[in-house]
Design a protein around this ligand. Structure first.
Ligand SMILES: [Zn+2]
Length: 415
């Protein structure tokens, strides 16, 4: 076994072991805190709701553990067990040009990966989400969504993939710099096009009609000096009872989107506070910072791929015989998450800091009590656990644990 294969296998099992251990800690922590509602929430969340959140979190956690184990088996199947090499040989018998043969190889790996993940996705939606009363999707719409997702991915992904593979084969040693420029342009185009062209394929959006809510939200936007291209309600309730709010697009194309399920649950004060939090992400320049970070990471990733694609051990160590751009790209997509798992706590920490800053902004613009009551309703209605394991939370969560976040906001309540 080559040194690289050994290193790869050690990293795979270290990552899997770490994540299973964290999941086990999370399960123990949630179970041991299920008997009583944490004091800070006791007046607003019933014991029954708290225990539903515990059961729901444990069910999702079980799915997560299966997903980790299955994902590892699939990864080993593609790499050291020779799955990708077999697929490469099979695709090469089709007699396509090197470029389109490469496109076909990547598409086939993505398609096969999606089919392998399908049972867990079905279990998540029609098993767990249905059991806890969140699922509103029908099997027919689920299938339609998946097919539509594949169609959109093909229309957008095939040209991008063809350009990247072409650059890898023809643009010389610095192909990755060109590929990065293409990728950045593509990302910007997608962010711009998403609200108008893509999101409406999956959901219906209608302008926010409620005149009194509208005028107070507009007053908030004006107070914060924020321009947007309208506020919309999305029919999230067609698929799920989970609620949310988000910004989409950029520049003059920026939209504010509320899930109908969120507006049904929160009153006007709370919706205003949630919007103020989202505005905080813009005002504290989080959106720009995250864009900068992801641009740098993709540049670094592509440069790394540029180097790895020249190294014979990268291919042979992962069970592949030929050295082609498509094989380098496919292996890179498989192997990258194995190593980046260990960086995810840093990203989560970065993100949690942003959440505190956005909460501070909301507490300056609106009464912190409104955001607190809105968040508590969202925790309750989404059956989010109030008692995550501190380590699990620190490793994965983009948002601070509920008790920490509520305590932070409570400290902002004017005396
Ligand atoms: Zn936020």
């Amino acid at each position: 076994m080559s040194t690289f294969t050994t290193l790869f296998l050690i990293t795979v099992f270290a990552g899997l072991g770490l994540q299973l251990w964290l999941a086990a800690r999370q399960a123990v922590h949630i179970r041991s805190h299920a008997a009583a509602v944490p004091a800070a929430f006791a007046d607003r969340i019933s014991l029954q709701q708290h225990q539903k959140a515990a059961d729901y979190s444990l069910a999702r956690l079980a799915l997560e553990r299966w997903d980790l184990v299955l994902g590892t088996l699939v990864l080993l199947g593609w790499t050291v067990a020779g799955g990708l090499n077999w697929l490469d040989i099979t695709v090469s018998t089709l007699g396509l040009s090197p470029l389109w043969g490469g496109v076909a190889l990547i598409l086939a790996t993505v398609l096969i990966g999606g089919l392998i993940d399908l049972p867990l996705s079905i279990w998540g939606t029609f098993g767990i989400e249905t059991k806890f009363g969140f699922n509103r999707n029908t099997p027919l719409r689920f299938i339609k969504d998946k097919l539509l997702g594949v169609a959109v991915a093909l229309v957008l992904g095939v040209p991008l993939l063809a350009v990247i593979l072409w650059l890898m084969a023809s643009a010389g040693d610095y192909w990755w710099l060109w590929a990065w420029l293409v990728w950045m342009g593509f990302s910007l185009l997608l962010t711009w096009a998403y609200p108008i062209w893509i999101a409406p394929l999956f959901n219906r959006f209608k302008p926010l009609q409620d005149a009194s809510l509208r005028s107070r939200l507009e007053a908030l936007l004006q107070r914060c000096g924020f321009k947007s291209n309208g506020m919309f309600i999305m029919d999230g309730s067609r698929r799920s009872a989970h609620g949310n709010a988000y910004f989409t697009g950029f520049g003059a194309n920026k939209r504010i989107v509320f899930f109908d399920t969120l507006l049904d649950g929160l009153d006007g004060d709370e919706v205003e506070a949630v919007l103020a939090h989202e505005l905080g992400h813009f005002k504290r320049r989080h959106v720009i910072k995250m864009l900068g970070v992801s641009a740098l990471m993709s540049l670094f990733g592509l440069a790394l791929l540029g180097w790895l694609s020249q190294q014979p051990w990268f291919y042979s160590g992962l069970g592949v015989e030929r050295m082609t751009p498509a094989l380098a790209l496919a292996l890179f997509m498989f192997v990258l998450p194995v190593f980046t798992v260990f960086v995810s706590p840093l990203m989560a920490r970065f993100s949690r800091r942003h959440e505190f800053e956005a909460d501070d902004f909301a507490a300056e613009q609106t009464d912190p009590r409104h955001l607190i009551s809105g968040l508590v309703k969202m925790y309750r209605d989404n059956a989010s656990t109030l008692t995550p394991d501190p380590l699990y939370s620190a490793f994965y969560h983009s948002h601070p644990p509920a008790p920490v976040r509520i305590a932070h906001l409570s400290s902002k309540i004017p005396a």
